[in-house]
Design a protein around this ligand. Structure first.
Ligand code: AMP
Length: 237
């Protein structure tokens, strides 16, 4: 069955709910949610060469190099499940990565991204990140009471843990990195398929807004034109 392509980029500070929304709408749109942070965390857990390279940089809250993350993304976006698009959560994070992605999308015959910038106050970010815990098995993210210990994943019973980069010093560093890099990236995307999203609302309200923006005539039009290009490129038109 022929279908349209959808490329989404989620911008916004850590803790703004990008991962939650990516997981929610990925199923509705039928495209994978790709979190570069998750890819790197998995690599660190597995002890691979990539993992060894990035582990300490991630724990400190700094960004890994553009060159390295661009290579990781290139490999992931060439996989079969990406041929009709994807949701990028946590990439690009710099203007250099944004430029790299633009070229990569052209090579892959995919449309320019629709960009959602998740907006949340610093107070709410710090609050959310401080109580965030992750399941080591399924990767699920949960908000717990501040000093809660030994909370288990409601899905598979695995102990929830705090990510190394959700500890107070790393949070401070990540927000500083975000502050230093986000303005230029927003400028890079603003004005073209770019939307500011109020991320302080309930997840279901946000998901509804994203899907409704995507079904607007502007994007439907872009998708129809793009469909012809993608279908021809994949030999199915
Ligand atoms: P995240 O889960 O998106 O907050 O990412 C966790 C960490 O992975 C970041 O603090 C960075 O160290 C690294 N990382 C993830 N995505 C990128 C990216 N696009 N560029 C550079 N570093 C990244």
């Amino acid at each position: 069955m022929p279908r349209f392509s959808t490329v989404l980029v989620f911008l916004g500070p850590p803790g703004a709910g990008k991962g939650t929304q990516a997981a929610r709408i990925s199923t509705s749109l039928g495209v994978p949610a790709i979190s570069t942070g998750e890819i790197l965390r998995d690599a660190a857990k597995s002890g691979s060469e990539l993992g060894k390279l990035v582990e300490s940089v991630m724990a400190s809250g700094q960004l890994v190099s553009d060159d390295l993350i661009n290579r990781v993304v290139t490999e992931r976006l060439h996989q079969e499940d990406c041929r009709f698009g994807f949701i990028l959560d946590g990439y690009p994070r710099t203007v250099a990565q944004g430029g790299f992605l633009r070229t990569l999308l052209e090579e892959l015959n995919l449309p320019e991204p629709v960009v959602f910038n998740f907006d949340l106050s610093i107070e709410k970010i710090v609050y959310r990140l401080g109580r965030r815990r992750q399941c080591g098995k399924c990767g699920g993210i949960f908000g717990v009471n501040r000093n809660a210990e030994s909370i288990r994943c409601p899905q598979d019973g695995t102990l929830l843990v705090q990510r190394a980069d959700d500890k107070p010093e790393a949070i401070r560093q990540r927000l500083e990195v975000y502050r230093a890099t986000s303005a230029d990236l927003i400028e890079f995307y603003r004005g073209r398929n770019y939307y500011e999203i109020n991320a302080s609302r309930k997840p279901e309200q946000i998901a509804e807004e994203l899907l409704s923006l995507l079904s607007s005539p502007i994007h439907a039009g872009t998708a129809r034109r793009q469909y012809v290009r993608t279908a021809v490129a994949h030999g199915i038109a």
